[in-house]
Design a protein around this ligand. Sequence first.
Ligand code: PEP
Ligand code: MG
Length: 759
Amino acid sequence: MTDDMVVWLEEVGKEDIAIVGGKGASLGEMLRAELPVPAGFAVTAQAFRRFIDENGIGEELFSSLEINVDDAETLKEAERKAKKLINGAKIPEDIEKSIRDKYRELCGRKGEEVFVAVRSSATAEDLPDASFAGQQDTFLNIKGDANVIEAVKKCWASLYGARAIYYRVKQGFEHSKVNLCAVVQMMVDAEKAGVMFSSHPSTGEPLTIIEAAWGLGESVVSGAVSPDYYVIDRRIKKIQERKIASKNIQHIRDQKTGRTIELPVPDDKKNAKVLEDEEILKLVELGEVVEDLYGIPQDVEWAIMDHEFFMLQSRPITTIKKKKDTKEKAAMSALLEGLGASPGIACGEAKLISDASELGKVKDGDILVAVMTTPDMVPAMKRAAAIVTDEGGMTCHAAIVSRELGCPAVVGTRKATELLSDGMMITVDGEKGLVFEGKKEVQAAPESQTRASVSFTKSKPLTATEVKVNVSIPEATARALETQADGVGLLRIEHMILGLPKHPKQYIKEGNADEYVNELVSRIQTVVDAFYPKPVWVRTLDAPTDEFRAMEGGEGEPIEPNPMLGYRGIRRDLIDTEHFELEVRAFRELIKRGYSNMGIMIPLVQHPSELRRAKEFMRSKGLDIDKTDIGIMVEIPAAALIIDQFIAVGLDFVSFGTNDLTQYTLAVDRNNEHIAHLYNEMHPAVMKLIEHVIVECNKAGVKTSICGQAGSNPKVAKRLVELGITSISANIDAVEAVREMVARTELQLLLKSARERRG
Ligand code: PEP
Ligand code: MG
């Protein structure tokens, strides 16, 4: 125990949670056990309390938090007021001096000014063991004493972020009884990093699991790359399983700005193993020490720099299940029935997820069960063996992302979250849309039906109609490329944006618009680069407000009675031109980098003036639209009916967004499982609109394509080829079947016309 306001991490231990919070105490314990934790110090919870008291802001601060947290506007206002109070207050001089002295000493140890991370470690006065993980902010890459002091204050202010206020109220914590310690730790410039489970995360067996990737650990923790995967039997120190993944991107620290940037992995390292055997065994050893220290299996974030090992964080694994002694019985009939949204069969333990904070529950091989998935669940969807949802149709988020990940999925079961429970063993048949209780023997499940093993090794038939592929998440690029598609007929950028840590507006508000543009560029570049020189049609933002509102800083998204008919697509960009301009900047940068294969596609147009205004805007912001293919999505019947007027404005291509075109033509909400039986992409009215557009476009020499789900249906593909469509863009898993159908249809047409000519 110590009375100091700012303490070295090695001076604290597990008895000091009230002073340095759970995270600070745990780091102190690890240092005491001589585990390689990056050096650092803690600005204690008591320092925070003195800061509040000496500035006399406590009363005003805590009374401003007595609000109805379910009202997003009020919550946002409370955050603003509270943060203003904190930011306007002064850190007591002696505390500031101690922070400065300790930071200087850290720099002295390294012989240079060092980058540090400032992390929050909250503690409740009456319940020191309570977990506030992930509720407050971390500030990375901070350098210089003034910046460190500033970051400590920002870290304290993050105790009053909307998310943290909401969490405390819902968990029944009094705001005035929760304090925040700021942990200041040297940053590690990792060459390789990842996570490790010291024991098996679901069975608790002494099997260590390690995931590793190049660069900083962010790419593994956030799920941005598929890492290498190793399973080690700790008892005999034997590496039992080793999967070397294709690692396309890495996060590294920019030496000038200190910012974390995403870069492509050099070609020679993409498929190379990240860890040598000795490194794996050294990590296993460290995992054992930390597990012994806490007496419970640990989930560790580790890094390696200049052959030196570091443990950045360690938390107990909370998912280990005791073996149930109930008899496992294979159910004879399905427990649940829904839509088979992504083919494949998998069995595993159900893990019910109600929001992104619970994603850690889903470990490799588990079945993710949710009312509906959201973009921030993608990292867990990647680990899941299958996905089951209550809601949704064939074009909902869960369906689109599962297909791209090659993960079996059943959506729209209506009651999965009611009938399934955590830890229950289930079998999911994503082809037939069925979920069975228990481990069902699945005979003759061909290899090609299991996750990520779809193979495209057959020789590819040549087709005059191009067969392209749809991509929504950059992580699907490698699988998309394997299809040997003729390009990308739809790159949805909203999924990329939704994968960022915060809302675009938040980047703008913090003065980081450049960083946001860079993020966009690097994500889009992953795809346009992989497919170069084949065309990639990048779609401008089509973001439904309900999905964007869930992001950090997304509270300002309008609440709409019907987001599907609301503020999305090009109508949104034409209002929020501040954001549209950033998209245009990203496109310009990609063109500057030589990606002449990029085309730009405008979503949800309903009047030609929208196309005209969008083009004028892009031109006014310096995009040479005469040198870039520009097209529109045909998703609204109005656009189909007056396609000639769009052609008159000038466009290079159109693409049928049948997911929306079907819902708007038939008045059937595409995500409503109750009326899914009425949702018919081949309805004669939908086909009539499509036919009209193809005829008009062919007359005018404008290319036509389809990127809605209907394009993945070989029957629709056949009809479209007969109508004279220029290209078809299908889901990864459907490209091969569609290509075969296209080839066969083209041949039939040729034979037919030859016969007719012969008389
Ligand atoms: C569509 O509407 O068919 C389409 C491809 O766009 P999204 O599914 O993203 O609305
Ligand atoms: Mg659409």
